[in-house]
Design a binder for this molecule. Structure first.
Ligand code: PEP
Ligand code: MN
Length: 342
């Protein structure tokens, strides 16, 4: 929508209209009390959106240009009205069932991973999480077991028949990680790493994209658009908390508003991560319940057999017993909103 200045001349208005019609799009005159507005009534091709906006905003007589349609297309419900259900080896994410992903922040050993995986699977988790390549704030912190961790994840996933998810940090690692895990995770810090998004998209592998702690929802959905545009259909959106007002109590603020908003504007399944969202194990079950109640299609939660000894994110990791207790409560929430957990 192009808003003209009150003193815009008939020629200036005509020039704006002809710039629009030159692209074979329909231009609508919308007279107001003082100003005239000109609406672009046709779908604007995505690659024309930015150049056309910039060209129109600088024309004489133009006050400003407002974007009304959403900047993403493939991720939007306008383009794809029905919910996307991601189907992997018999598990459906985004359907009637809420899916729980659980496991350690970092894969530390075969025993740690097997113990955790058996416990979370027995409690109803359908996906085992575990980081092998870890994006750590400090270069001195545990960086993950790398390839050894990937191999352990595959071994445990195959042995127990549970789906797996793990983070990929570098574009060149995408084939390796995709060969070892059912779902790629793109971490919050890498949400706008475009070479990584392109490589993950081209792999066609199911991918969960985590929202950056300062990212707007449009930025988040445009990052998801990269994955879809480059070839992955199976994209999961993960809300994992934004920068908090008060770090004294929680590490991040789980943005629950994002859940119904994302479900409204996008067809992609939404997962919430109350572990990174709060950073405190004690608060994780409440925010997991809240996430499902808000309409999320699943949750991802960190679990460690002995959180005090975890090499990363121990403070936010649940014990297997706490996880089992949380799952009981999540089952009740799911039933209350007409869904189920397993
Ligand atoms: C993680 O899942 O362990 C992780 C590093 O998450 P995020 O990218 O959300 O910080
Ligand atoms: Mn973590």
């Amino acid at each position: 929508m192009v808003l003209m200045r009150a003193d815009a001349t008939a020629e200036q208005i005509e020039e704006v209209m002809s710039r629009i019609t030159a692209h074979k799009m329909q231009a609508l005159r919308l007279p107001g009390d003082e100003h005239i507005a000109i609406g672009v009534a046709s779908a604007i091709p995505p690659d024309l959106r930015e150049p056309l906006t910039e060209a129109l905003s600088t024309l004489p007589g133009v006050d400003h240009v407002v974007q009304i349609s959403r900047p993403y297309k493939l991720a939007s419900r306008e383009f794809h009205r029905t919910d996307t259900i991601v189907r992997i080896k018999g598990v459906e994410i985004g359907g009637a069932e809420c899916v729980v992903m659980a496991g350690p922040c970092s894969i530390e050993s075969r025993e740690q991973l097997f113990t955790t995986a058996r416990a979370v699977q027995a409690a109803g988790a359908k996906v085992l999480r575990g980081g092998a390549f870890k994006p750590r704030t400090s270069p001195y912190a545990f960086q993950g077991l790398g390839l050894e961790g990937l191999k352990l994840l595959k071994e445990v996933g195959d042995a127990l028949g549970i789906l797996t998810i793990t983070e990929v940090m570098a574009p060149e690692d995408v084939p390796l990680v995709a060969a070892h895990a059912d779902i790629l995770q793109i971490g919050a810090r890498n949400m706008q790493n475009y070479p990584l998004l392109i490589a993950a998209g081209k792999s066609g592998h199911p991918t969960m994209l985590k929202r950056g702690p300062s990212a707007s929802l449009d930025e988040f959905l445009l990052a998801a658009e990269y994955l879809l545009h480059h070839g992955t259909q199976d994209v999961l959106l993960c809300e994992r908390g934004v920068h908090p007002l008060d770090r004294a109590y929680t590490r991040n603020t789980l943005d629950l508003n994002a859940v119904p908003v994302l479900k409204q504007v996008s067809h992609l399944p939404v997962i919430v991560d109350p572990s990174h969202g709060t950073g405190v194990a004690r608060y994780v079950p409440a925010m997991a319940r809240a996430g499902l109640a808000a309409g999320a299609d699943g949750v991802i939660v960190e679990v460690h057999p002995c959180p005090q000894q975890a090499l990363s994110d121990g403070a936010q990791s649940l014990t297997p017993e706490q996880f089992a207790g949380m799952m009981e409560e999540l089952g009740k929430i799911a039933a209350a909103i007409g869904r189920c957990l397993r």
